[in-house]
Design a protein around this ligand. Structure first.
Ligand code: GLA
Length: 726
């Protein structure tokens, strides 16, 4: 059993293969957190201490006992208004404007299987997989408010999920002002906080800082999970490395605004919380209404950051991604964006497709610029009708011509947006999130549709369906190219609009996925601005960044790999000099950096030399041989590119018999110190042969001493090694 309840002490214990999570409903009915760490038996309530702490108040029920304070005790669901002055998870305001309430344990239920969340993405259990759900109900009598805390346990994956459902069972409305889904309290310890910050074209940069007094907060108020901070936070012991030490992760299964805060309090205790962004959020609940806090995926590793990442990789690949493309090989694409931008006609597309076919790709993806009047990015979003004059044919004819060349056909869309210069906007100005009588902010000249408006959702669903019906489109690149600023909906209370926008998006994607299960949708938001587990539930791969420079991508992929598997990461080989950085890099290095689950090219094949064409053709053949280990293998980071002169990473097949190591050197220097690569995850006591050189290595020695890299002869040199177990 992964969920246990000890009735005499009202203690709940969640077990996974390698971890245990424990909490208790105490005699006052407060839910205290006891433990989250390596797997253990028994009750760990010795962590609780009680002292009289000045200015940390006491609940009335504690009587004259001044040693009981919620400002000090570790809690499971700390809420505003109970005398806990740290970061809390829930703030409610009643109909009279009074803030705060007190929630007490009122019951629980243990059920088989993993819970799901209405209208929101969530981890699911596979049919043959053990999973349990614990639901703990807390209540406030004055407001008649019920809060259900949901815990999902996937023992084999070392995953525990949390979510929360707040329901108004009273007779008067109340407003949820803040809602978090997960909290971890530690009564002592010294931790580092690891987050992934960035910007457009430079997402998910690894950042590790010692936690200091106060709160270290990351988040997004942009209505999207954002390029600036990924909704993922790791708390790690100071001594935790890639291969050893304790670390805890929280990852949000949500694509909108979020907040994650790590706090070191007055008594050197640590609290980490994660939940919805508070900005523009005031969720009014009428009688009988509820709001769901999106899911947080938690995992604990006692074997360092490498294992923590592998836990997330497994979970995203097998328990978040769905549909036919979850496990199957994705097409190798030639995307037209950096090849042609909006400057093309039907003939150019076919010429590119012919050449792409010769190189060996599977699919031509027609990016932006194919619809009416869309010759640059200033107009026409919303009018999803092909520009037949520009194309010289219908979309269906174009797709057919591409198909006749032996290629599949994919298409770019950005359905959540509208241009002011569009028929859609002229006909339905009221469908847009603009504050009446205010001038809207513009982002890339586009405005955001109100996805909570049923007619808007219907329009998007019908427009996308029409495209998919009229032509043989087997892939959609679903883009999203601005942050939300104006949050105004004619169809929902405005404190609800930002959250309900996401529900609207998820509903549309769910409908499209279920009507067109054979269409692969690639997510995109100016590259990786919505690169989160919420989107992966609907789109099994996401365009990782608008930066296709191989060397920058090494850093972006390094940061991305902490929370997300290679199988969901979309990366393309582009031309050199690179369009974003002007950097000139070898074609091989561009390939090594781009090789991932969503692989392809984003360059004009007509502009390639014969040598480049030959090299690309052989890359594609090689990729077909290596793609399974890349997508399904265990992933190891072998260096930190920000600290070392090289970036190296490794994939090991699940049975340990095949190994692929990639490495790339950034700048070459005179008389460089020798670089050694030290693989991990090989089967101990075995021998492995380097497939290219034939050299045989003992696995243990290789994992201890590493092997030397041939000294680079130029900047940006790259290397690939394949080892086979003997
Ligand atoms: C965004 C995407 C790019 C490309 C352009 C087209 O920036 O991230 O890959 O599709 O839009 O306008």
């Amino acid at each position: 059993m992964s969920v246990e309840y000890d009735i005499s002490t009202r203690t709940f214990t969640l077990h996974t293969k390698n971890s245990t999570y424990q909490m208790r409903a105490d005699s006052f009915g407060y839910l205290l957190h006891l433990y989250y760490g390596r797997r253990t038996q028994g009750i760990t309530d010795w962590v609780l201490t009680f002292s009289d702490r000045g200015f940390s108040g006491n609940p009335y029920d504690a009587g004259n006992d001044r040693t009981y304070s919620l400002d000090v005790l570790p809690q499971e669901f700390p809420i505003q208004g109970t005398g806990d002055y740290r970061n809390t998870m829930l703030e409610v305001r009643d109909a009279d404007g009074v803030y705060g309430c007190d929630l007490r344990y009122s019951g629980h239920e243990i059920s088989e299987g993993k819970y799901s969340l209405k209208g929101l993405p969530a981890v699911y259990a596979n049919p043959d997989e053990e999973a349990q759900t614990l639901t703990i109900t807390l209540r406030n009598e004055r407001l008649n408010l019920s809060v259900r805390l949901l815990y999902g346990v996937l023992p084999d994956k070392d995953i525990i999920t949390r979510s929360v459902i707040v329901r108004n069972e009273g007779t008067r409305p109340l407003t949820v002002m803040k809602l978090c889904s997960s909290c971890l309290d530690f009564t002592h310890g010294n931790f580092d906080v690891i987050t992934f910050h960035g910007r457009h074209m430079m997402e998910r940069q690894f950042d590790r800082q010692p936690l200091h007094h106060g709160s270290q907060v990351i988040g997004s108020n942009r209505g999207m999970s954002s390029h600036q901070y990924n909704p993922f936070i790791i708390l790690a012991g100071h001594d935790a490395t890639e291969i050893s030490g304790r670390c805890w992760g929280m990852q949000f299964v949500y694509s909108g605004g979020f907040e994650a805060a790590a706090e070191l309090d007055q008594f050197d205790q640590t609290r980490v919380i994660m939940g919805l962004s508070r900005e523009k959020f005031a969720y009014e609940l009428e009688t009988g209404e509820e709001v769901i806090g999106p899911e947080v995926i938690m995992t604990f590793s006692n074997e360092g950051l490498g294992k923590l990442s592998q836990n997330y990789h497994e979970c995203i690949r097998k328990n978040i991604c769905r549909g036919k493309f979850r496990a199957s090989n994705r097409p190798i694409v030639l995307n037209t964006w950096e090849a042609l931008y909006c400057d093309f006609n039907g003939k150019k597309i076919i010429d590119v497709a012919k050449e792409a076919k010769k190189l060996g790709v599977d699919m031509l993806v027609l990016d932006d610029g194919w619809f009416l009047k869309r010759d640059d990015d200033s107009r026409a979003l919303g009018d999803w009708v092909a520009d037949e004059t520009k194309l010289g044919c219908t979309l269906s004819e174009l797709a057919r011509s591409v198909n006749e060349l032996g290629l599949k056909f994919g298409l770019w869309v950005e359905p959540e947006m509208v241009s002011e210069d569009s028929w859609l906007y002229r006909e339905h100005p009221d469908w847009v999130m603009i504050i009446p009588n205010e001038k809207p902010t513009r982002g890339r000249n586009q405005l955001v549709l109100d996805l909570f408006h049923r007619d808007v959702r219907e329009y998007i669903f019908e427009a996308v369906s029409k495209l998919l019906e009229q032509a043989n489109i087997e892939y959609l690149k679903w883009d999203y190219n601005r942050s939300i600023n104006e949050v105004y909906s004619r169809k929902t209370k405005n404190g609800k609009a930002i959250y309900n926008y996401m529900l609207g998006l998820y509903e549309i994607l769910e409908r499209i996925n279920s009507r067109y299960p054979d269409v692969l949708i690639e997510g995109c938001a100016g590259g990786g601005g919505r690169f989160d587990a919420g989107m992966f539930y609907y789109t099994p791969q996401i365009w990782c960044s608008d930066n296709t420079d191989a060397i920058d991508r090494l850093n972006i992929h390094y940061g991305t790999s902490f929370g997300y598997p290679a199988s969901v990461l979309s990366a393309h080989v582009s031309s050199s000099p690179n369009h974003q950085t002007g950097r000139i890099t070898p074609l091989k290095t561009r390939y090594v950096a781009a090789m991932s689950g969503g692989f392809g090219y984003e360059l004009n094949p007509l502009a390639l030399s014969d040598d480049e064409k030959r090299e690309i053709a052989s890359q594609i053949e090689q990729y077909r041989r290596d793609r399974t280990i890349v997508s399904d293998g265990l992933y190891y980071r072998l260096s930190n590119p920000a600290e070392e002169a090289f970036c190296a990473w490794e994939y090991v097949s699940e049975d340990g018999t095949n190994v692929l190591v990639n490495a790339a050197v950034s700048l070459n220097h005179g008389n460089m110190p020798q670089i050694y690569i030290t693989p991990r995850g090989l089967t101990s006591g075995k021998f492995y042969r380097d497939v290219d050189s034939g050299k045989v290595y003992s696995s243990d020695a290789l994992m201890d001493s590493g092997f030397p890299l041939k000294m680079p002869a130029r900047d940006f040199e790259s290397y690939t090694f394949r080892f086979k177990q003997l």
